[in-house]
Design a protein around this ligand. Structure first.
Ligand SMILES: [Zn+2]
Length: 279
């Protein structure tokens, strides 16, 4: 049965074979495009997720810094209280001293505690300044995080529906591709698949574009182009091995050729008109 069908496919004209191949290529290229888009979409979500993780770490670090500064401030305040008490005790003792040696050492102690208090006060001011900076940074980071979170949720639901839509499209195109594949004889289909997998852009059948191969862009000699247009032989590019077709191969009702001719005519008319105005 399968060989029977294959024999029937072999008896198709070269033109029909080329048409089937090119139709298959168009569908497969569409599938490739959808897969590329589907592959890129989750990257945007991934980027946002990574950014959120980074922001989370930043928030945690800022909170830690804030706690450290607050702890330092309260420790310094206790330090001030202790130094104040020691200073007062020394001052009280100063009232009933017995000798000058004691007088000197008490004065030294008073000076020392005074300097301690000043140092604590300076450190508290520094810590308060840093604390205020960190609190502003924390508020900003938390706000950005909240915004990104909303953005992420939005992107995710958007992605889900796009992925579902593309998946549906991909399923439909894959069905059409499989159906079309049954219209191509085994030998040709194998060759097509082999070229397609070997090619970076997934193109096995390409049109001749501005006298060049649409796959590798190497020039195609005029005689070879005529052969391609005659649809009598399957011709491959001598540089990249892709199957070459002319761009009208699947222009069954001639509408594409007609549109091209009209466009060409109108460009000619325009250039004629502009030449006249120049004169
Ligand atoms: Zn080529």
């Amino acid at each position: 049965m399968a060989t029977e069908i294959n024999e029937k496919l072999q008896s198709l004209t070269v033109e029909e074979k080329l048409q089937n191949l090119y139709e298959l290529q168009k569908i497969d290229s569409e599938i490739d495009k959808i897969r590329t888009i589907r592959g890129e979409l989750p990257l945007e979500v991934q980027d946002l997720e990574d950014e959120l993780i980074g922001l989370g770490t930043r928030v945690e670090n800022l909170k830690k810094d804030i706690t450290t500064y607050k702890e330092e401030i309260s420790k310094r305040k206790i330090g001030i209280e202790e130094a104040t008490i020691k200073k007062q005790q020394a001052e009280e003792k100063l009232n009933n001293i017995s000798n000058s040696r004691e007088f000197d050492s008490l004065n030294k102690a008073i000076d020392y505690q005074g300097m301690e208090i000043e140092l604590h006060q300076k450190k508290i001011r520094d810590a308060q300044r840093n604390l205020a900076d960190k609190e502003v940074a924390l508020a900003n980071a938390e706000q950005t995080r909240a915004e990104r979170q909303v953005e992420l949720e939005h992107k995710k639901s958007e992605l889900d529906s796009i992925v579902a839509e593309y998946h549906q499209k991909e399923v439909e195109l894959s069905e059409r591709s499989s159906k079309l594949a049954t219209t191509i004889e085994d030998r040709l289909l194998t060759a097509y698949k082999k070229i397609r997998h070997g090619a970076r852009n997934g193109l096995a059948v390409v049109t001749v574009d501005r006298n060049a191969c649409g796959g590798c862009f190497n020039n195609i000699p005029p005689q070879r182009q005529l052969d391609i247009c005659s649809h009598k032989k399957i011709i491959v590019c001598e540089y990249c091995g892709r199957i070459l077709v002319d761009k009208y191969i699947c222009d069954y009702d001639g509408s594409m050729r007609k549109a091209d001719l009209e466009a060409m005519e109108s460009t000619k008319r325009k250039s004629r008109r502009s030449k006249k105005t120049e004169e």
